[in-house]
Design a protein around this ligand. Structure first.
Ligand code: DP6
Length: 361
């Protein structure tokens, strides 16, 4: 597939249904996307677990357009007008208009809500952008009913990527690869694909408990962080490492190698933050409680032999990952020893999920 394959030919009909609604989950990267080229092309391939509980539900209403603005829309978060999102959505519309020529012809009312608090420090861009892209694909499908399901999902992921890179990994589950890699035959820089190989039962129904260490606004956004990889002294080595890790993961997932999984995933998380600490300018997104939690996890793992590990996204919150068959003991550990480090004791028990779902409207 090339970008051109996502430009629609003439539409066959007009819009009949006027409202579209999708719920789309967040995802947590095991091998991280950090660094990108022009047009949201990743500097290295990445892979993530799709989540289940943390998600965004978006309803898109298509109305007649009455202004000459390029793009005419209103956006509501939890039923309140949310003008902070306007510029991000406008940028998104400019990026995708070639692929969705109807965008300039209508006025859109976007109503969105998250299952997690907006101020939780959990990035809503993956779930939010993918939910919006899917609603737009609802319109596209209405205009072009012959579109196959495969193309629908690929294009939804392609559009999501243009909103926020990691969002392209939220359309499907339970594991999604994004970025060209020679060991993954169908992989693409343009959209996410379902993990194509065998996965051992150890990795089915994996848990991710998100410890909300710091709910404040990040000092440095992901966009700035990606940008800083351009002149980064370790960039090439890092991109190579991500490629190598994707090759290693195939055997780990197939054979159920939990110890190797832990080593790879924790190394990825710390490398991501090491890239931040060695950028020019440098920055640190971890907080002291992030480090306390990491050390507690290491102590507990050593003492019990249980397969709990952590990963981090671009923030201070800690994702605690563990297999289903060890969940009861690990939940006890989280409640008894880790929740104390969370802001206001807040945490979210999530697990691996299977992608976005359309809602009845
Ligand atoms: C650290 O997808 O938020 O979570 O493409 O600029 O929107 P943009 O960046 P974004 O970056 C996510 C980075 C990460 C790692 C990952 O999810 O792979």
């Amino acid at each position: 597939m090339t970008e051109k394959d996502f430009i629609p030919s003439n539409y066959l009909k007009d819009i009949v249904s006027k409202r579209f609604s999708w719920s789309s989950p967040s995802n947590i990267a095991l091998i991280k996307y950090w660094g990108k080229k022009k047009n949201q092309i990743p500097a290295n391939p990445s892979i993530s677990f799709t989540l289940d509980v943390c998600k965004t539900t978006t309803e898109l209403e298509v109305c007649n357009k009455t202004t000459d603005e390029d793009f005419s829309f209103e956006i509501f978060l939890d039923n309140k007008i949310q003008n902070d999102f306007r510029s991000k959505i406008e940028t998104f519309f400019y990026r995708v208009e070639t692929f969705l020529p109807f965008l300039r012809h209508y006025h859109f009312v976007i109503r969105t809500e998250n299952t997690f608090p907006h101020s939780s420090g959990i990035a809503s861009s993956a779930s939010g952008m993918s939910a919006l892209a899917l609603c737009l694909m609802g319109i596209e499908k209405e205009l072009n009913p012959n579109m196959s399901n495969i193309l629908f999902k690929q294009k939804a992921s392609f559009l999501s990527r243009l909103g926020s890179g990691s969002a392209c990994r939220s359309i499907e589950g339970d594991l999604v690869v994004w970025g060209k890699h020679e060991d993954y035959p169908e992989s693409s820089n343009l959209f996410g694909v379902k993990y194509p190989f065998e996965v051992h039962d150890n990795f089915k129904n994996y848990h991710d408990t998100i410890l909300l260490v710091d709910k404040g606004e990040k000092q440095v956004s992901s966009s700035v962080g990606h940008e800083l990889m351009h002149d980064h002294p370790f960039a090439e080595t890092r991109f190579q490492q991500a490629n190598t890790n994707l090759s290693k993961l195939i055997i780990i997932l197939k054979q159920g190698l939990l110890d190797d999984f832990i080593t790879l995933v924790e190394s990825e998380a710390l490398t991501l933050h090491a890239m931040m600490m060695t950028s020019t300018p440098y920055f640190i997104l971890m907080k002291s409680n992030t480090l306390k939690i990491i050390n507690k996890i290491w102590d507990f793992r050593k003492a019990t032999g249980l397969h709990v590990c952590f990963t981090l996204d671009a923030g201070a919150n800690v994702h605690v990952l563990f297999p289903d068959h060890e969940a009861p003991q690990i939940y006890d550990f989280i409640r008894n020893e880790l929740v104390v480090y969370c802001q206001n004791g807040h945490y979210i028990c999530d697990r691996v999920g299977f992608g976005a779902k359309a809602n009845q409207v």
